[in-house]
Design a protein around this ligand. Structure first.
Ligand SMILES: CSC[C@H]1O[C@H](OP(=O)(O)O)[C@H](O)[C@@H]1O
Length: 369
């Protein structure tokens, strides 16, 4: 790790290379290069982050977003935070790492991958100090760096496997509707909900993807439409309120979405609007799939009612499309996520295979060795 820290975030503009996937997070050895997803698809700007605080802000402000990407960013935030420790003793270093983790945990509340990654970094920190208790701060920091890099590398393989397991659900020419962005931009590569689209594309299977624009932050329009178009996958952008009509026309044979947290009973938190889609899918007899890595399954949270739902600033709703679109002083309700009850979910696609109801049995079984 470099001793040469900088507090000001730097940005660099990158060129759009058609067909080339963008990486949301690139570890540079002494800092984290983070793609500012708020600026897509107009600008590709990589932010150079040197401190845990800058990573906290990157997550909080949704410069990086998507459950697995949030977890990966937080892990690198721990690495950056740990490197600022000035002492040499194990107890002090461990306390410092826990304090960094505690702060990063306040960046966003719903995606459980954030807490999963922080728990994993704390566990690794404890193991490292148990191995050598004095004067090994550089080794401990290097151990944390290795752990964060592993989390990112594993996520790519996990997402690829989700795509592999989903492939039998799709036939050539099928229409598949998705919501928000659970793609490569939200993960290390491939995505969760979009992994099947990428794997189908790689295997010569043609899918017609419908991407909801996903108000109010427009992850579907700005990110999903962008990343699928970049690699030449057939994608059509829809306003959120068009899904019912498109289903009624018979254009959609499956809905597949990502998730920020799956409760032990199979209830799913995902981007606001997901619940409406699930109800519409049921009304039209269309299977509704949730793509979820094991790191997003939270067996400690009993039901969807126990999942904390983030509420975001009113301006996301009242100042859409670069200008004021609602009256001054209007009351606004802006939850970032909703809960889809497990009854609406046909199956959950994981890196270990596809599971169905009863989820209270099938989800814990995924964690058995
Ligand atoms: C692969 S998880 C993607 C997940 O993240 C989104 O939330 P946000 O953009 O607010 O971080 C959304 O719920 C997606 O399904």
């Amino acid at each position: 790790m470099s001793e040469n820290k900088e507090s000001a975030t730097k940005a660099s503009n990158e060129a759009i290379v058609p067909g080339q996937a963008l990486s949301s997070l690139v570890w540079k050895g002494d800092h984290l290069s983070m793609l500012d997803q708020r600026l897509l698809p107009e600008s590709i700007v990589m932010l150079d982050l040197f401190t845990a605080e800058e990573v906290w802000d990157g997550i909080h402000a949704m410069k990086v977003r998507g459950a697995p990407a949030i977890g990966m960013a937080a892990a690198y935030g721990v690495v950056l935070g740990a490197s600022a420790y000035g002492g040499t003793d194990a107890a002090g270093w461990l306390e410092h790492v826990h304090s960094v983790c505690g702060h990063l945990a306040t960046s966003r509340p719903t995606a459980v991958n954030l807490f999963w990654a922080l728990d994993r970094m704390k566990k690794r920190a404890k193991e490292l100090t148990a191995e050598a208790t004095e004067g090994r701060v550089e080794d401990w920091n290097a151990g944390l760096e290795h752990e964060a890099i592993s989390i990112q590398a594993e996520d790519e393989e996990v997402c690829r496997l989700i795509g592999v397991h989903a492939l039998p659900l799709f036939q050539d020419g099928m229409g598949v509707l998705t919501h928000c962005n659970a793609g490569g931009l939200a993960t290390a590569k491939y995505g969760t909900a979009l992994a099947p689209m990428y794997l189908a594309h790689e295997n010569g299977i043609h899918l017609k993807v419908f991407a909801d624009e996903t108000r109010p932050v427009l992850q579907g329009a700005r990110l999903t439409a962008f990343e699928l178009q970049q690699v030449g996958i057939d994608v059509t952008l829809l306003c959120d309120n068009m899904a019912g009509m498109v289903m009624a026309k018979g254009w959609v044979q499956a809905v597949i979405v990502g998730t920020d947290r799956v409760a032990a009973n199979g209830d799913v938190a995902n981007k606001i609007g997901t619940y409406s889609l699930a109800v519409l899918a049921k009304a039209h007899g269309i299977p509704f799939y949730v793509a979820s890595p094991l790191s997003t399954i939270d067996l400690h949270t009993a039901t969807g009612a126990d999942i904390p739902i983030e509420e975001r600033p009113a301006e996301e709703v009242t100042e859409s499309f670069g200008k004021r679109t609602a009256p001054q002083g209007i009351k606004v309700y802006n939850p970032a996520f909703d809960i889809t009850p497990h009854e609406y979910i046909t199956a959950i696609i994981t890196e270990k295979g596809i599971v169905q109801a009863p989820f209270s049995d099938s989800l814990p079984a995924l964690f058995a060795d």
